[in-house]
Design a protein around this ligand. Sequence first.
Ligand code: HGY
Ligand code: MN
Ligand code: MN
Ligand code: MN
Length: 417
Amino acid sequence: MDLPKLKVETTRLVCELEQLATFSECSEPSPAVTRVVFTETDVKAREYLRGLYETAGLAVRTDAVGNTFARWEGSEPDLPAVGTGSHTDAIPHSGMYDGTVGVLGGLEAIRALQQSGFRPRRSIDVVMFTSEEPTRFGVGCTGSRLMSGALSVAQLASLRDESGSTYDQARTQAGFTGELSTALLAPNAYSAFVELHIEQGPLLEQAAESIGVVTAIAAPSTVHFEVTGEGGHAGAVLMPMRRDALAAAAGMVLAIERLALDSRSPDLVATVGELHVHPGAVNSIPSRVRFTLDLRDIDGDNRDEVLESVVAACTQIASQRRVEISHQVLNADPPAVCDERIVEAAVRAAERLQLAHRRMISRAYHDSLLMARIAPTGMIFIPCRGGVSHRPDEYASPEHMEAGVATLALTLAQLAS
Ligand code: HGY
Ligand code: MN
Ligand code: MN
Ligand code: MN
């Protein structure tokens, strides 16, 4: 097909990203961002985005948990649509490009196509997924999990935040109502889904390439552990008598690191990102520790094998130290393989734009991991400075964002024709 000549309004995109970054509950100044799902800042950010969608003439629909669909209707609106999009929630003290480049970049791709005179046969949606980050409810991608059926309404009902609020209470307070089951997408709602995202790694920058075309997305799992000891007075209880929950947990964390380092797969990564000590007093022996494990690999079987070894090692350390241990697997998703037709379309777009590009895997997970369960899915990466992400100094250059948006737009044009 003859690909349209595009003009990406990069200055406008940068301004919109900067404006979006001001919706933050972060104590640090912009570009540090904290934007947790269903908070006031999240709701205000969504209102700002809705205004942009409407100005671009898109029809906006929001589902029962706030997943938002801004549609550019095609000439054959009954055909399955083509989707693009990402998330706008941000973990505490993080950056302003993770996710947002895919939402505002998706909008800019549509505006550039509109401007070029291109008319899609299939409608094109830019989707803003609710709660891609696990910050509040412990599980990532709750919006796309519900849409793809990977999370049932009953499972969603069991999710609570630190204050004990349920997901249902939080979404209702944020103004999202309706039957939760209506968030499930009809089969073949989309003929294709493509997400634009920063790489969150250093490979593209190191190779001086502008575009990464993703071929597979790593399989994430999230596990919560609870270690229960005896606690007691820091002065009165002699060392041999102790059943110290934190000392036991410390041994477990180091065992996890060792198992990850010794894994047969170099793509296996393990992170204990949260550790909560009870009662947390300087002169009180820890009686209970809760910690989280984020375990991932492109090889799902290897990830599962390592998870089994982790549980066995923690159980052994617990018995040696006479403490109790329990664990809960919140999610253990299979990896996603991107659809070759979409990979080819994105490669063709990058070649047409004469952009240095490569095929690569995604080590971070994304809503595309779940969308791949219900639609042919692909991702387009752009470099981020130093590969840094989930930090305030996360940065993507206007040039790279322009290249990413243009590649996305030409990819969408091929898929929607
Ligand atoms: O953790 C992830 O991979 C994603 O950035 N939420
Ligand atoms: Mn993230
Ligand atoms: Mn992200
Ligand atoms: Mn090539």
